[in-house]
Write a protein that binds this ligand. Sequence first.
Ligand code: ADP
Length: 493
Amino acid sequence: MATTTSSKARTVKAPQVKDQPLFINGRFVDSVSGKTFPAINPANGEVLCQVAEGDAADIDLAVKAARAALETGPWNRMDAADRGRLLYKLADLVEKNSEELAALESLNCGKTINDSRGDLQGVVNTLRYYAGWADKIEGRTVPVRGNFLSYTLRQPIGVVGQIIPWNFPLLMLAWKWGPALACGNTVVMKPAEQTPLTAMRMAELVMEAGFPNGVINLVPGYGETAGAALVRHPDVDKIAFTGHVDTAKLIQKSAADTLKRCTFELGGKSPNVIFADCDMEQAVAGAFHAIYFHGGQCCTAGSRLFVEEKIRQEFVERLAERSKQRKLGDPLSTETEQGPQVSQEQLDKILGYVKLGEKEGARLITGGQRWGNKGYYVEPTIFDNVKDEMAIARDEIFGPVVSVLPFKTMEEVVDRANRTYYGLAAAIWTKDIDKAHNYARQVKAGTVWVNCYHVVDTTTPFGGFKMSGQGRENGEAALEHYTEMKTVTIKLN
Ligand code: ADP
């Protein structure tokens, strides 16, 4: 899968792709059923290759391998520091192959090569960050009553099932592998059916890094089959899921039968609040980035843009001006600012919301159409005069569509910002430090940005209030969700 970049052409060569197997117990194998499904290039709708389609039987084999690796393999006897060294090694290999991985990510997922390169840096950072944690996960001694010594141990939860989406395929993989492996768990991962290719390339790097067989297993396939089988499986101890809120509800119900631990990172309808006392230039650029980054296919997208009434007209004009100039095109070109949406299904869904917005009486300022006649591109789209109760202001569209909602006071905007069942992220643009802190305290969201947007670092906890999630990823906080706490009490004579 060699890739080369010509600095003059500024277009990265599309990597060669080949049909992909499953990765179970350190081996690349066909699915038990022999079935495959196509991986698609969203920039033109063409089939890139066939991928082995995992189902319940394959999940069962992967879980058995993960269980054996957990309980009998070298993994459970390995020093924590050595687990860390394996993660560092994997990070080094990702860094070494990052150009190839970035190109493959862009090819299969449609994100621009610049964004993919950014994601790859995030992957390396995440793996290194958790590599460092591996030998720092400590228990405590506890001053209990009586002549006893009590201490706690933090042990792996066990076999962890991880289900990830298509919008940040490699970054989501790293967010899940990093803490799981640092804590000594073993993993069965199901990548999204739309974007399995980079995960399968990672399997080769896992082998090269020297992870013992069965510690990491990858079973691509569909959610209703492979994903559901992983959630149901009685020998899986925990599910970590990123995806749609409706899928999380199904997962939680199914996981209840075996009382699995579950962590969820779900959607959002994040309020991005612009006060008249902001730095207008920065706030326009920030609102633009907030909604259009990766074509709006981010759970944190700033899709509810609250603009203080007295600057609304100028703000919307400036935002529209920029939106019209956004360069859509080949994701592999460094000059492209926005690639295609990931699939025909997403394209149809987004255009359906645009129609609904117009029908409900919102004013379409710019965009609203499919771009070109090949691939799944959508023009950057702005709706003004949006009312809180309209579908475009309530539902997660997951596309480059922003709703402008005017407001007058802080009290009003906090109340309206919180009137959603989501609570993933929020932002405020102001030069007034009191306003910034008051908003940060009152808004119900797991992440709040002041005069910036989409700043996510592996060191800080990330997750949702309300129906945007359960638990936290990144930072020290994630470790809690990958360990069981054990109390040991010894009678002293
Ligand atoms: P999106 O709308 O972003 O595709 P989904 O929640 O449908 O979000 O998909 C995210 C991940 O969840 C994908 O890997 C998908 O295959 C998986 N998935 C979908 N349905 C289920 C299910 N019923 N059980 C387990 N996993 C599922």
